[in-house]
Design a protein around this ligand. Structure first.
Ligand SMILES: Cc1cc2nc3c(=O)[nH]c(=O)nc-3n(C[C@H](O)[C@H](O)[C@H](O)COP(=O)(O)O)c2cc1C
Length: 182
């Protein structure tokens, strides 16, 4: 099983990257192969619908990973009540063929309090447009969930994240198994 883990934050010091690192560690522990896209490291051009941009090395890398992936973990910071523009730009380079019949779990990091839920709702609407099989369960973190080194230190958040990741892996395995049987 290959999972593409996406960090939608373009920021150098990103809380959402702390979250994707935590999820990646959990997937690694389960022996699952992880592919990555990080909007802070993998600089995509702005999507303009130009053919020549499809040969950009970062576009090729993203499309290649999305094609290979059996499932997706998509994480975004909440910016102005929605997902990051960087994540939406990355998704605009992909299409339904990359996501159809593939389990996808959504997670976000907000500014604190009740932040993060609007980004999740926005991501859910967009992923429906991309035909992803989005899990009903989702995860939302506050910046206070992490220490200075980026480790998740909030036990309740960690527990909740583990449940969501296990549900995601279980659904992905079920779908893979059903496809193999057919
Ligand atoms: C441009 C911008 C807009 C933001 N808008 C919101 C918001 O609407 N709701 C919220 O809860 N937090 C908001 N925040 C706070 C971020 O969600 C928070 O700092 C988060 O940790 C950012 O993740 P990142 O470090 O991975 O970029 C905003 C931050 C920025 C930079």
């Amino acid at each position: 099983m290959k999972v593409l883990v996406m960090n939608g934050s373009p920021r150098e010091k990103s809380m959402t990257r702390n979250l994707t690192n935590t999820i990646t560690d959990q997937l690694d522990e389960k022996g699952i192969e992880v592919l990555t896209f990080d909007a802070g490291f993998h600089d995509l051009p702005l999507f303009k619908g130009r053919k020549e941009d499809l040969n950009h090395p970062e576009v090729l890398r993203l499309v290649n990973h999305a094609t290979k992936a059996d499932a997706f973990v998509i994480c975004s910071p909440e910016y102005h009540n929605g997902m990051s523009g960087a994540l939406k730009n990355a998704l605009d380079f992909l299409g339904g063929s990359h996501f159809k019949h593939k389990p996808t779990v959504l997670a976000s990091v907000g500014g604190g309090g009740k932040g993060g839920i609007n980004a999740l709702n926005n991501m859910r609407t967009v992923m429906r447009g991309l035909y992803a099989l989005v899990l009903p369960d989702q995860f939302c973190a506050d910046p206070t969930c992490f220490d200075d080194k980026g480790y998740m230190i909030d036990d309740k958040a960690k527990e909740r994240l583990t449940v969501v990741v296990e549900e995601f892996v279980s659904l992905t395995k079920t779908i893979e198994h059903d496809v193999e049987v057919k």
